[in-house]
Structures are given as structure tokens and as C-alpha cells.
Design a protein around this ligand. Structure first.
Ligand SMILES: [Zn+2]
Ligand SMILES: [Zn+2]
Length: 77
């Protein structure tokens, strides 16, 4: 008998449309590489946490969402 039950334990291939919102990247503000950057899922505009906090008024008012200054796409934090 083959162990068919093990098939149920194999996770499905994750869908590609779920992009990471916080990932490493090169900040479009300071041009430096950071481990944790906010990345726009529309245009991949990248801003590091330091620049994000420094320019917080430009990005967010509520602290729940931020708007990409490049393509004006709204992202949740
Ligand atoms: Zn930066
Ligand atoms: Zn964008």
C-alpha cells in the first residue's frame, strides 16, 4: 500500500499574487539597502522604515494605511 494520506500534508503551491509588503530592498528615498522596507504592491516603490517615519506625514495620516507617492496607490500597513 502506498501512503496516499501523505498527499494531504503537502501544502499547495502558494499563489504569487500575495506580495510581501515588508521586505528587504533599496530605499527610493535614501538609496540605501534596508532589511525592512515598505513596498508598494502596484509600482514597487520602496521606502525604508527610517524614511517612512521621517516623512510620515507625507505617507500616512491614520497609521493604518499609507499612500504610495509614486502611483498614489493605497496600502495597508
Ligand atoms: Zn530610506
Ligand atoms: Zn506605488
Amino acid at each position: 500500500m502506498s501512503e496516499e494520506k501523505n498527499c494531504f500534508l503537502t501544502p499547495l503551491t502558494p499563489k504569487k499574487n500575495k506580495k510581501k509588503k515588508l521586505a528587504s530592498g533599496i530605499c527610493d528615498f535614501c538609496g540605501k539597502e534596508h532589511l525592512l522596507c515598505y513596498i508598494c504592491t502596484q509600482c514597487e516603490f520602496t521606502v525604508c522604515q527610517t524614511c517612512f517615519i521621517e516623512n510620515q506625514k507625507m505617507f500616512t495620516r491614520s497609521g493604518v494605511t499609507w499612500v504610495c507617492p509614486n502611483c498614489l496607490n493605497w496600502e495597508t500597513l
